[in-house]
Design a protein around this ligand. Sequence first.
Ligand code: PHB
Length: 396
Amino acid sequence: MRVTRRVAVGLPFAIAGSYFAVGTAAAQTATPETIKIGIVIPMTGVQAAVGREISDATKLYVTQHGDTVAGKKIELIVKDDQSVPDTAKRLAQELIVNDKVSFLGAGLTPSAMSMAPLATEAKVPTVVMVSGTSIVTERSPYYVRTSFTLGQQSGIIADWATKNGSKKAVMVLSDWAPGAEAGKVFAQNFTKGGGQILDTLKVPLANPDFSPFLQRARDLQPDTLFVFVPAGQAGTFARQFAERGLDKSGIKLVGPGDIVDDDDLPSTGDALIGVVTAGIYSAAHPSQLNKDYVAAYQKATGHRANFISVGGYDGMNLIYEALKKTGGNTDADTVVGAMKGMKWESPRGTISIDPRTRDIVQNVYIRRVQKVDGAPWAIEFETFPAVKDPLKEAAN
Ligand code: PHB
């Protein structure tokens, strides 16, 4: 579906009128009667899938949990930054000054980075719902993350690979901050485990053509290919991977969860069967809570829930539970204080907010893509519980 800003932002609120209150003058007081949450995400452009997933998941949360918390009305406002950092900054400014939001939701790494000084200056608690780069939460004392870091997953898959016979790897990385971080942590652990990195190939972020990079990687004759592509690109990657015959080459494909994104996985046929990843979420996670989440998400959106969606869904839970704790007080220091150390059951498993770093602590699962009832799913077979961001832990 082509998603325009008008359709994506205006219409759902009009349709779901009973769920989303209209802002009132009272919203301008310290503890407003209507609490506004302004989420800045790409609803159009090359990374629009990410925006759709966050928008859908946050709305699903409000639909399921109601639009009133601690006696206050909740109003969600979604703004399309087209994944342009300057646009994200301008929109965040407008949300703070004009809409008087009590919370911000931050999306992709470059946008989250550009919004951070505003959140700090205006003292707006901000939930980082997408970004997977370690440094982002250090950019503002009011940033709290419900997504993931690439390091959380990349070190664990490197250890798994060397323990399972990998000796020579080529890294294929999307050329931006999360890709650099995935590569850095993978390489650290892979070499520590006795492996060797033959080469690092960087693929442009926008509209990537993976074919020449895959050909180059194959020519280097590695036993293992470590790949990071961001949400929205796994389908294209899988097709070009199979077209090059790499799925039958005997080279082991591994990565963080992004390469087997559940949003794309159903359309990848046999291309990714057998691929092993370390990820924070699989739609196949066998808890009852997750089965209910996947069913509700599918019904509401027509899509399989993915690892991006849980960042939005859990981000809303963090805001709701913090407001319950503060009795509806939206003062930034009080709210962030309430968020620190919070722990709850998510569709992905138990998660918590590290009180020291405001970063997410979560299980990382090793999963293998297998067909179940004719469709590919990432099936978990090993769990690393309560994993922190390794780059922050190393710096501590
Ligand atoms: C990010 O913005 O850091 C990001 C986005 C999508 C991903 C991974 C990281 O799949």
